[in-house]
Design a protein around this ligand. Structure first.
Ligand SMILES: [Zn+2]
Length: 128
């Protein structure tokens, strides 16, 4: 009995259909993804996954950076400094400066905010 071997076409299997399909979906709906929410940095205005941003909220207790809070959130880019300390989120300082300069916190929180409160965010950020 002579076995007939059918050579596999190089096109078959090298490019899985699922991969192509996933890429197409991402192109069609870039932001609508429950598992990867996208937020805009109030400093540089870039849209990024929420995991790459730090959420800053203002409540009656004060300003909370990257902590549990139900207040209105302002999002800023998360600094990547390579220290690997995931416990303390650090804000990208250029984005923080830009947000303070253009009063973006007041806009995000829909309130007036004192210069001293903004400086406190910066001080906290710099000591992290
Ligand atoms: Zn930013």
């Amino acid at each position: 009995m002579a076995a007939t071997t059918v050579p596999l076409s190089p096109r078959c299997g090298s490019t899985p259909r699922s991969r192509r399909k996933r890429r197409a979906i991402r192109r069609l709906v870039p932001a609508i993804d429950r598992h990867h929410p996208v937020r805009s940095c109030i400093g540089c205005r870039q849209r990024r996954p929420a995991s790459e941003l730090v959420r800053i909220t203002r409540s009656a207790d004060g300003i909370v950076v990257d902590g549990p809070s139900s207040g209105r959130g302002a999002w800023l880019c998360r600094a990547v400094d390579g220290s690997g300390d995931a416990e303390l989120a650090t804000i990208e300082s250029s984005c923080l400066d830009e947000a303070i300069r253009r009063s973006q916190f007041a806009r995000a929180w829909r309130t007036t905010i004192g210069r001293d409160e903004l400086d406190a965010i910066r001080t906290t950020n710099n000591t992290r």
